[in-house]
Design a protein around this ligand. Sequence first.
Ligand code: HEC
Length: 141
Amino acid sequence: MGRFFNGITFVFAVAYISTASLGLAGHNSATKGATKAAALKNPVASTPASIAAGQASFQKYCRFCHGADAKGDGPQAPKDTHPPNLTDDKWDHGSTDAEIFTSIKDGIGPKFDMKGFNSKLTPQEMWSIVNYLHSLSSATR
Ligand code: HEC
């Protein structure tokens, strides 16, 4: 008898929880399926100063692979890696601020031909690079 009632309670609990989460998804459809990357928001305004700072960091840390003008395949890119053009509208790893930030911060797996810059650059510096790249790229943010 006790078992039977526990079963019923369980079914009701499950039904309740799934209804609750469905309701939640309905109200938060904007965040539904959003990745962690997409949840990040660029806190650095895209001012001329930020773009200039981003350009300076780019020349220092990214140019030898992506090229001085960010058009890809820089002169010192390791053999058989093909750093992409960052000024066109083709972004294999996403073109939103958050996605570009994540590519820079964490690097790009699974091979990590590009390693992450989390230990070399501050978030502020990485967001300024994002602003710089978006000032060059025709891609939508
Ligand atoms: C050692 C060479 C190297 C360096 C240094 C490097 N990258 Fe990369 N980067 C690559 C390669 C190779 C890829 C492509 C990786 C892949 O798709 O597997 C890439 C991909 C990217 C992407 C993703 C592009 C897309 O199509 O989605 C971004 C953004 C990027 N790099 C930005 C930067 C920035 C900004 C810096 C400097 C802070 C930097 N990279 C430094 C080699 C490099």
